[in-house]
Design a protein around this ligand. Structure first.
Ligand SMILES: NC(=O)c1ccc[n+]([C@@H]2O[C@H](COP(=O)([O-])OP(=O)(O)OC[C@H]3O[C@@H](n4cnc5c(N)ncnc54)[C@H](OP(=O)(O)O)[C@@H]3O)[C@@H](O)[C@H]2O)c1
Length: 274
């Protein structure tokens, strides 16, 4: 039987690559986008391009109905859609943080809530949530973004226990920086709309300078490598919950495995600029 996957945020970056990878592997694919006109991949009998804004419950419900009407079942949902936020917390309007959590945390919760009755009706399913290395190692200027991805990670891990009893597996994919998606440009644009207070400027400038330091080639994972990891998480039969990918993610995970004092020394050397 041909398996069916629904991917959010398939207009660009990781979501686009992931939808294409599952198509190439022979799956039925529901590629969901806020604006379906933005789908730039191939057409196929196994592809449904569907509107979905993860912040809108009616839009999520309509996408779920369209997916099951077209393919009859749904094996995997992939919560990939997400937005970034670099900013000084003190200067960040609460509405901006609400929108961040609405997209990165409540959005995946909405999709999962809509998928569970479908999974229940067919005897099981799988959820893959895309989080971030910022959930393991919180990064400067990303307090709210890291909090949103840590919330998604923690929610996913706890949810996995109750859903295992319903034959639904929950996995997370934790990528590090992916240079070629729209993420950094979109996040930087948002950053420019939230001016840092004068007193923070030396700190902000030092942090921005750190972005310009180039690691060795191949250190960061490409979106293609991360999409391959999403496919692995969607099909894996082991108990592994968290799929880490990228040199920065793996370095952070290793640092976290040290004692608290060693981890603090590691992160202070990297991120404390004063
Ligand atoms: N790139 C990185 O460095 C990085 C690192 C760690 C984790 N991640 C995570 O990886 C995931 C994919 O990001 P990416 O790097 O591929 O960035 P991207 O190219 O900017 O893709 C983000 C996708 O999310 C979609 N999206 C945003 N808000 C949405 C909403 N309300 N409803 C539905 N879709 C929405 C965007 O659609 P529109 O075109 O409509 O805006 C776009 O398709 C995100 O969850 C991100 O947090 C990225």
């Amino acid at each position: 039987m041909t398996r069916t996957v629904l991917v959010t945020g398939a207009s660009s970056g990781l979501g686009h690559r992931t939808a294409q990878k599952f198509l190439a592997e022979g799956w039925n694919v529901v590629a969901t986008l806020r604006d379906p006109a933005q789908w730039s991949g191939e057409q196929s009998d196994r592809l449904l391009v569907q509107t979905l804004d993860i912040r809108d419950e009616a839009s999520v419900a309509a996408a779920m109905t369209a997916a099951t009407a077209r393919f009859g079942r749904l094996d995997v949902v992939i919560n990939n859609a997400g937005i970034g936020l670099f900013s000084v917390f003190e200067a960040t309007p609460h509405t901006v943080i609400e929108d961040l959590f609405d997209t990165n945390v409540y959005g995946p919760m909405r999709l999962i809530r809509a998928a569970l009755p479908v999974f229940e009706g067919q005897g099981g399913g799988r959820i893959v949530n895309v989080t971030s290395n910022g959930a393991t190692v919180p990064l400067p200027l990303q307090a709210a973004y890291g909090a949103s991805k840590a919330a998604l990670t923690t929610f996913s891990e706890a949810l996995a226990y109750e859903l295992a009893s319903r034959n639904v597996q929950v996995k997370v994919v934790e990528p590090g920086f992916m240079a070629t998606t729209n993420f950094f440009a979109a996040t930087y644009k948002r950053f420019e709309t939230i001016p840092a207070p004068e007193a923070y400027l030396p700190f902000v400038q030092k942090q921005l300078a750190a972005f310009d330091v180039q690691p060795p080639a191949g250190y960061f994972a490409t979106e293609d490598e991360v999409a391959a990891t999403v496919l692995t998480a969607a099909t894996d039969h082991s108990d592994l919950f968290r799929f880490r990918i990228g040199g920065d993610t793996l370095d952070g995970a290793r640092a976290r495995q040290q004692s608290d004092a060693e981890y603090d020394a590691w992160r202070n050397t990297r991120f404390m600029t004063d």
